[in-house]
Ligand binder design. Sequence first.
Ligand code: NAD
Ligand code: TYD
Length: 332
Amino acid sequence: MKVLVAGGAGFIGSCYVRLAIRAGHAVVVLDKLTYAGRRENLREVEDAIEFVEAAIEDAATVREVAAGCDAIVNFAAESHVDRSIADQDAFARTHVIGTGVLLDAVRELRIARYLQVSTDEVYGSIGEGSFTEESPLSPSSPYSATKAAGDLLVGAHVRTHGIDAVICRGSNNYGSRQYPEKLVPLAILNALAGDAVPVYGDGRQVRNWLYVEDFARAIDVVLREGRPGAVYNAGGPDEAENLDLVRRIVELCGAGESLIERVRDRPGHDRRYSLSSDRLRELGWEPATRLADGLPRTVSWYRENEWWWGPIRSGEYREYYERQYGRRLRGG
Ligand code: NAD
Ligand code: TYD
């Protein structure tokens, strides 16, 4: 199978690309290389893939690159909630306009299969129990609202144009190569450096943690075996409150809890995410890595790969960090 992987230079996309190469697929990566997209994420498979630097909104390039592909898997996204609160423009462009361009290419070029990578955040927050694929969409942030719009566009193209498309919604991912704006790598790198670790609000928000390799496998299963037009949830095996998770990270980094600092909450902060993955389990998928194994493995990866995060921490990220946390950590 020849697969076009949009957003394949990011955290999850690059993990999927490594899996697809191991499975013997031909892979073309199309990626705009935003601050979060990095060629070095594809270092191990560089010789096995074709790489095209372009945005998914670029219809002419998408058509050229997609011609002859059997499938498109779309990871391309602006992926950080806090950035979407500060400025939503790129989120709408990539998640709505960009997804539309890919769907047009699927229809016009008669591509056999399309997979939209999506998120549990489209369902909004849940107090008790878990969201199923039939739960209504009720997104809280510009990130999740535009992701939900992308999902709705996929459904509309299935019904209106009869394309073969599937959606896979994952819960919070963690693992190697995650950009350090997200909670897990941010806490690891700050703790290793002896810097304050910011926790929003009371820190009692709950996330459903999924090891990135398990999500990549879920996407592979849904691509091969998902029912055309269907949605599949992929939830992690463990839930954790943010404060407890951060305590475990700080300990694994050999730092003290005094580094943990409660800061002003995120506006519109969803309290709890939880997914039921029964539909995907029926296809034989099961998350293999528990937080108790995945978290130490992730901490070790960051400890051993300063070549990867060193340049990130000294570049654009510094300015972002100051904007996002400077005043918060100074009590503002
Ligand atoms: P990421 O930010 O690490 O990677 C996103 C990639 O998309 C980057 O390589 C970036 O350069 C590329 N990109 C962004 N805009 C683009 C555009 N317009 N055209 C082409 N490429 C573009 O994000 P991630 O965490 O790997 O997330 C990948 C996907 O998985 C996203 O769709 C996200 O919504 C979804 N998801 C993420 C999580 C999570 O916890 N990180 C959980 C569930 C679902
Ligand atoms: P994040 O990694 O941004 O993922 P998402 O918003 O997609 O769930 O955040 C995970 C949780 O951690 C979320 O409840 C917000 C919280 N959080 C903090 O408490 N401090 C931080 O510095 C960050 C980035 C997140």
